[in-house]
Design a binder for this molecule. Sequence first.
Ligand SMILES: Cc1cc2nc3c(=O)[nH]c(=O)nc-3n(C[C@H](O)[C@H](O)[C@H](O)COP(=O)(O)OP(=O)(O)OC[C@H]3O[C@@H](n4cnc5c(N)ncnc54)[C@H](O)[C@@H]3O)c2cc1C
Length: 477
Amino acid sequence: VTLKPELASIRTDLGVLVGAEYVLAGAECRAYETDWTASRGLRGKPDAVTFPGSSEEVRQLVEWSSDRGVPLVPRGGGTGLAGGAVPVGGGVVVCLERLDQIIEFSPDQWRLTVGAGVTTHTVKRLARENGLLFPPDPGAAEQSQIGGNTATNAGGPHAFKYGGTGAWVTGLEAVVVPGEIIRVGGAQRKDVGGYDIKSLLVGSEGTLALITEVTLRLLPAPEAVVPLVMFFADTKAATESIRDIIASGIEPAALDYLDARTLELLKRSYPGDVPPDAMFALVSELDGSSDQVADSTSELRELVSPSAVAIDSPSATDLWRWRDGVGNVVAAVRGGKVSEDIVVPPDRLAEAVDEVVKIGRTADLEACSWGHAGDGNMHASFLVDPDDEAMMARAEQASQQLFDLAIALGGSITGEHGVGYLKAGQLERQWDPAALDLHERIKKDFDPAGVLNPGKKVARMSAGPKSGQVTRPSAAS
Ligand SMILES: Cc1cc2nc3c(=O)[nH]c(=O)nc-3n(C[C@H](O)[C@H](O)[C@H](O)COP(=O)(O)OP(=O)(O)OC[C@H]3O[C@@H](n4cnc5c(N)ncnc54)[C@H](O)[C@@H]3O)c2cc1C
């Protein structure tokens, strides 16, 4: 399609590219003003929302956006927790949900290529139904898409053993500025040709390219899976056990934790009995062959028994349903939560767990944390009333101290949710100036006009969305 300059409105332009029925404008765009970060007040007004139906249509959109200087904001399932899909500076939200084809599935080769809009749940189900495993398991799998998982390099509890989404991506098709389709990697399982552009696009949060297709490697599903929940009387006993578990080489598939306050809140819904003196819980899962799992289960029990107050083994389904509910239960106490997914070296977790509560106390906020203990990845949270502006301001301020804490302990501002908009500029605290420069130069090389998801994943505070590097269009008619 060659755009004619006389095509005046964005809506008309987009209608030509993807079909008028796949373009929303004005009040129809409301649902796309925000994502899962709505509770933190993050919203933006898109000039239009569009639903391309093929890689070629995405290519044309990027070409159009580059010609016109109109920002594009890629959107998968909208479940991101860093505001990456929120059109904070306007522009066109590009929803990838119509790229939902299973492009190639070779169960015997443990390989799957899907459109970016296929949901995480569908990928996991397809794998499971064919005796295979796709290990990444970020929450909200029913809504999140494989393109979004790749763009955020999403993790989840099983990343402890299996790594995040990027560890399972062998190839990508993506559209880059000024409107070219590129393929990096593919079905091959090894590839050291060129710089690792595939890995650069993994976790790039829609700021370097729009991902249109993803090739994944899968694994044969483990024969046996045994969950174990270990309860402790205090943080010290629990975190020492985490160190012992890691040192033992047992390698659980997942090793999550709930601190004292989180456990207190989750007690009632636990599918079993929580001992009255339990002040910390470790949630683990062992997988492998039946023999291996039987051995490692007894090893783990033996290792932890002297310091745990109880060890329980509910069904995996009940356990993960309970564990997945943590965020909602915590948010329900006061109506909301301000949560950051900081990460520290696992052997500094004890200090970090205590510090989170102290930071909250200083800010007159109730605080708690839970998360992926084996990876040192915490969901450090302040319980807030979203209608209380002063409280929200204190929580956002206290979040800055969470970032300071992570960096002071040798960790990072984000372990799996990404920088998005909420953490834009925070890398400045963490990286050397030369690394920040490199980060900015990569962005400039991929996207000189700054049209791809402007204001997101920026390294420096000064490079936020108000920097004026993109031409904002007027609202579509
Ligand atoms: C209840 C809940 C639990 C969660 N648990 C976890 C967890 O355990 N671990 C974890 O890592 N995360 C977790 N998350 C957040 C996680 O990042 C998302 O669930 C998921 O990875 C985002 O996918 P999405 O399709 O919803 O992407 P979106 O939210 O739509 O987008 C996320 C980012 O990716 C970009 N993007 C999306 N699709 C594309 C594409 N095709 N091409 C280029 N850029 C794109 C967007 O611009 C944005 O910057 C959780 C979220 C919720 C709501």
